[in-house]
Design a protein around this ligand. Structure first.
Ligand code: AMP
Ligand code: MN
Ligand code: MN
Ligand code: MN
Length: 275
């Protein structure tokens, strides 16, 4: 099975429209795809009913756990569920409120029209840090997006303002109420390890989370081994995805990720909805 249960479209900070993303996944030979935009399922709602690849509607919710920002994937959600719509509206409001605070900091550094610029880059999507990064590149304040994050917008930099994202258990509850499976995204990326990571996995499972993203993008094999071991220890199911945002990310296995053979694939719980 070639599976990709984590990628982004123009509905959040991806470069491809949902249609183009689905077409590319089919071209790459994907057997199963989920589009998981940041805090919105609008991209999934925009797709036609018939697709060239088996598809699970998804979302990547921003949330917090012990003062950290984490991401939880919702897979197989009902994009029309009222609770999901309410959750999206909540997150969207937080993103607009944060955008004003980021813009104020960038304006103080001499960046021209940062809010207008980021909203133009977002083109109707709720503004994220990537849209500010693109604006910084467009107006010559950064050589590329990576530099914009390194200097200004990355975690810990002064224009990465904190957000009161909902608690982890709230994000999981929204996903469950919308009929989806909650999967902890890229658990190793927030520099979590050892006992803290085990506590997070335990809290996540106790909140109703059902899976860990064991494979995310082009991660080192040692990380996969560590997360696979955590999966076995907790009894959680396993997920995999590329976290693809842009065709220039040629190193990412878009549409073609897989899991260690002994793990329980999260999609097996969902076979009826996409087979
Ligand atoms: P946000 O959800 O608006 O806070 O933005 C998070 C997104 O910013 C991630 O999903 C990535 O797409 C992007 N991002 C975060 N950190 C970096 C970084 N250091 N370099 C490039 N992109 C980043
Ligand atoms: Mn992103
Ligand atoms: Mn993420
Ligand atoms: Mn992502």
């Amino acid at each position: 099975m070639q599976v990709d249960l984590h990628c982004h479209s123009t509905a959040s900070d991806g470069a491809l429209t949902p249609d183009a993303l689905v077409a590319l996944a089919a071209e790459r030979g994907a057997d199963l795809l989920a589009i998981t935009d940041h805090d919105t399922a609008a991209g999934c709602r925009a797709l036609p009913a018939r697709l060239p690849v088996a598809f699970l509607p998804g979302i990547e919710l921003s949330c917090r756990w012990r003062d950290r920002t984490l991401h939880v994937l919702g897979l197989g959600i009902d994009p029309e569920a009222a609770i999901l719509r309410a959750a999206e509206a909540h997150q969207r409001a937080l993103r607009f409120e944060r955008a004003e605070r980021i813009a104020a900091r960038l304006a103080a550094r001499g960046v021209p029209a940062p809010l207008e610029g980021a909203l133009a880059q977002a083109n109707g999507a709720a503004p994220g840090r990537v849209h500010f990064a693109r604006h910084l590149v467009a107006c010559g304040f950064a050589a590329d997006e990576a530099q914009a994050f390194r200097r200004h917008l990355g975690d810990g930099r002064d224009c990465a303002v904190p957000v009161a994202w909902p608690a982890l258990e709230t994000a999981v509850a929204w996903i469950r109420a919308a009929g989806g499976e909650a999967v902890l995204a890229h658990p190793a990326r927030s520099r979590l390890a050892g006992e803290t990571l085990r506590q997070l996995a335990a809290d996540f499972a106790a909140s109703g989370g059902s899976g860990l993203e064991v494979v995310c993008g082009a991660q080192p094999p040692a990380v996969t081994r560590r997360l696979a071991a955590l999966c076995r220890a907790t009894g959680l199911a396993a997920s995999c995805g590329s976290d693809f945002h842009h065709p220039a990310q040629h190193w990412l296995p878009f549409g073609r990720t897989g899991l260690p053979a002994d793990l329980k694939p999260i999609w097996e719980r969902r076979q009826a909805t996409w087979a």
